[in-house]
Design a protein around this ligand. Sequence first.
Ligand SMILES: Cc1cc2nc3c(=O)[nH]c(=O)nc-3n(C[C@H](O)[C@H](O)[C@H](O)COP(=O)(O)OP(=O)(O)OC[C@H]3O[C@@H](n4cnc5c(N)ncnc54)[C@H](O)[C@@H]3O)c2cc1C
Length: 476
Amino acid sequence: MPPSPSRIFAEIATADRPAETTVVMRRAVVLGGSIAGLMAARVLSDHAEEVLIIERDPSEADGDPRPGVPQGSQVHALLPAGQVQLERWFPGIVDEALALGAPPPPRDEGAAKIFVNGVLGLPPAPSGSGPALITTRPFLEALVRRRTLAVDTIRMVYGRADGLVFTDGRVTGARYVPDGGTEPVAEPADLVVDAMGRSSRLSDWLADNGWPRPPMQRMPIKLNYATALYKQDEKVSDAWVVVYHTMAGKGRTARIGGINSVEGDRWIMLVAGYDEDRPSRDVADFTARCREHYPPMFGDIAEHGQMIGGVVTYHQADSRRRDFHRLDRMPAGLVAAGDAVASFNPVYGQGMTSATLHASCLSAYLRSDPKLDEPARGYFDQVAVVVDAAWRISTSADIELPHVDGPYPPGYKVTKWFGDLLFRASLTDPVLSARLNRVTTMLDHPATLSHPGTLLRALRLGLFRRRSATASTDSP
Ligand SMILES: Cc1cc2nc3c(=O)[nH]c(=O)nc-3n(C[C@H](O)[C@H](O)[C@H](O)COP(=O)(O)OP(=O)(O)OC[C@H]3O[C@@H](n4cnc5c(N)ncnc54)[C@H](O)[C@@H]3O)c2cc1C
């Protein structure tokens, strides 16, 4: 019997480092030097004599937001599973981040506050992945870049990738126009990785060369983010990490907010809405939203904190996935990773963690003695397990948004019934809260929640709550 998705997921998400690795190719080329590309390059360095990363943005952007990652100024939270994978591929990286100024863990266990539908929920159970790494996105990316480029077989060049090289029906390299140049240069490769993010043009390149495009699914979420940085000040607030998530419902508008303490003694604060609910770059609008729609610490920071820079907005039209694993024809010598495969509603914080897990899929594939002159189906099958897990969590919540009308996932009604039951029970039950938390933070596959013990516990608690509600209505 083939292993279940949750078993495959557990193997991908392991913290264990491979005991031994073998070089199986001479040269790998990675297109895109952001989180997915850097992680892929690190893994490839165990299996290739040489790894070349081709990145569009020149290196001066180190540690600051850069044009190639326009979402980089927005709040970015790394989920515990992503932190496990970072430590797996870069041992000691969390300590290094702390030494470089990432905020140390708070003494108070309840310092992370999570509000759901306006109600303060249970504090998240410790994930076992060590102190939470809470930083801005450019800080984290710069750290990962430094560690990746410290591997002496990995090199980065700057320029715009503009096509693949095909020889005898397989990919044998990539072309790019060097930064400041006009003529494309061909770089030979035994394996090319597309890590060019959600706007990757790989599908066009495949189609232009007679290959089918990977089928694309989209969910039109129409998400609107606005983020600002503030100087931390304990006289203004003791906020450390605050997550605010209100689902659409009777008398409720779907809204998301967040406050993270980040490096440089700053808070990064987010307010977000959907569809027509669109925060602007106007500071007065940002402040008013913080006060009116969110718990008091948002308004306190917005009104009394010192803003650094201005309000930065970002609109994401859809969640999308490219199902490479469904292609009946694809060339050998090519894989894709990170947002180039799937990008989700960012409020669930799955993107960077998915990229680290894709790197672990690549490692598993390259350790499986693959035939590199055949399509990398073993890799894409594993990536599909990771994408399905993240997609299931994010789309099952987003399908409830009033402006979203599909696509409905298979078995939607049953999943929704169980999801609602479990979610309500998890608000007061620490055991169910911890199990659900492990899934939403991508430590476990969603299928682990269909364990009979979890179902029975949620049912019992649901029944108990209904009885208590009836008893209190009956009492004089
Ligand atoms: C508003 C917002 C908030 C988010 N918040 C979170 C969060 O809290 N937690 C989380 O985990 N994720 C979050 N994400 C998702 C996260 O940003 C992405 O999942 C992550 O950046 C994906 O990494 P990537 O390397 O696949 O792609 P990207 O980070 O998009 O990088 C693509 C890279 O490819 C390069 N590139 C593109 N085209 C070319 C070319 N032709 N030639 C050479 N190089 C090229 C670009 O310059 C860039 O460096 C958020 C996303 C958004 C939009």
